[in-house]
Ligand binder design. Structure first.
Ligand SMILES: NC(=O)c1ccc[n+]([C@@H]2O[C@H](COP(=O)([O-])OP(=O)(O)OC[C@H]3O[C@@H](n4cnc5c(N)ncnc54)[C@H](O)[C@@H]3O)[C@@H](O)[C@H]2O)c1
Length: 371
């Protein structure tokens, strides 16, 4: 298969769809690889590295989109990329469509076949291609939150760990999946006082055991969220309803009751955010103040550590890419229900039930199209 990798163009996005090692593997499996010049520089891969791995280097995204059968990216296509997509071309990348009707309709109109990393599942109903970036984002959330709590960044002037005679910060984490667990791991390691909120008692029990009862675990309800968020120094939003827009669990009224200079990091912002006052920000301008609460809502958090993120992401995506290139779309997705769950758009139709519901679009069962 002819596989193309354009350079990412989302602001401050330095990840790349394939590492040089992944290119080498795909070439050895009989595929032809084309990479846009400088696509990997931010992740530590030069054009020379890709050439040595067996790829050809093209100068523009247009050339890559013009001839590739399969496009591998990281972030959702930007407007000018949607315009380059062709009928029946395969696109495999993060899409996060439930929060973006314009993009969804653009992809449907392109006639391309779009598979989203974040809705591919495994046999335990987990999300193996979202997990590596959720791990990174969860870890960054505490780093970003700690910096935002500094007074020079409009924060409360609180050190997460506290200090001798001064108490640690209260960190509330809503949604304790991959993001939430990794945020807890770093916050606990930094000696903050960690409060976990999730709708799953089993998950809370599992994490309490993991952290030797050194964290507080609370079942999610409007009341428990209000009681804990009001008093926290740092709030992390990490909920997910797979495929759907994030539920708004923290209202604007509750944000207005938070302490002045408290910080919130809405990691779920790529699915629309789980806090009512959140709006997407970028690494160039990551924070804003609302009700005197510092909001950090960057939609591509792992993009600021591209060397770590690209390698970790490729580790998870490569087996799926190999499979797709070797078997072709119908066989690769038709023989694997988990991979089929990644299909979001095909033949002008929306094939993700939750996306269709959230965006008020007609839903088409994916197996109908693949068959
Ligand atoms: N901003 C970024 O750069 C970035 C990067 C990676 C992931 N994300 C996003 O982070 C979010 C979390 O991803 P994840 O991989 O941790 O998901 P996950 O499925 O592993 O975890 C989600 C958790 O939310 C919990 N949850 C769902 N509804 C809830 C409710 N009403 N109250 C409390 N808990 C609830 C679930 O029980 C689950 O434990 C997703 O929206 C994902 O897209 C963002």
């Amino acid at each position: 298969m002819l596989i193309g990798v354009p350079k990412e163009i989302k602001p401050q996005e330095n990840r790349v769809g394939l590492t040089a090692d992944s290119v080498k593997t795909l070439v050895s499996e009989g595929n032809e690889l084309i990479i846009e010049s400088c696509a990997g520089v931010g992740s530590g891969f030069t054009d020379e590295d890709y050439k040595n791995a067996g790829a050809k280097i093209y100068q523009t995204a247009q050339e890559i989109f013009d001839i590739s059968e399969l496009i591998i990216k990281v972030k959702e296509p930007q407007k000018q990329e949607v315009e380059l997509l062709k009928k029946d071309q395969l696109l495999f990348t993060y899409l996060h469509l439930a929060a973006n009707k314009e993009l969804t309709v653009g992809l449907m109109n392109s006639g391309s076949t779009c598979i989203a990393y974040e809705t591919v599942t495994d046999d335990n109903n987990r999300l193996p291609l979202l997990a590596p970036m959720s791990e990174v984002a969860g870890r960054i959330s505490i780093q970003a939150g700690a910096r935002s709590l500094e007074m020079t960044n409009n924060g409360r002037g609180i050190l997460l760990s506290g200090a001798t005679g001064a108490p640690p910060a209260n960190v509330v984490i809503i949604g304790c999946g991959v993001v939430g667990f990794n945020a807890a791991l770093i916050a606990h390691g930094m000696k903050a006082n960690v409060i976990l909120i999730d709708q799953s008692q089993d998950r809370l029990d599992e994490l309490k055991t993991y952290f030797n009862n050194e964290v507080t675990a609370v079942i999610s309800s409007p009341e428990s969220i209000e009681a804990n968020v009001k008093d926290c120094d740092l709030l992390i939003g990490g909920v997910l309803v797979p495929g759907a827009a994030a539920p708004k669990l923290v209202s604007e009224e509750l944000v207005s009751k938070m302490k002045s200079g408290a910080v919130l990091v809405d990691v779920a912002i790529d699915q629309g955010g789980c806090i009512e006052t959140s709006k997407p920000t970028t690494h160039a301008d990551p924070i804003y103040l609302k009700h005197n609460v510092v909001h950090y809502c960057v939609t591509n958090m792992p993009g600021c550590v591209p060397r770590t993120s690209t390698i970790s992401l490729n580790n998870a995506t490569l087996p799926f890419i190999s499979n797709l290139a070797q078997k072709g779309l119908s066989s690769a997705l038709g023989s694997n229900k988990n991979f089929l769950n990644g299909l979001n758009v095909m033949s002008g139709k929306c094939t993700q039930q939750d996306v269709a519901k959230d965006l008020d679009l007609d839903f088409c069962k994916p197996d109908k199209l693949i068959a």
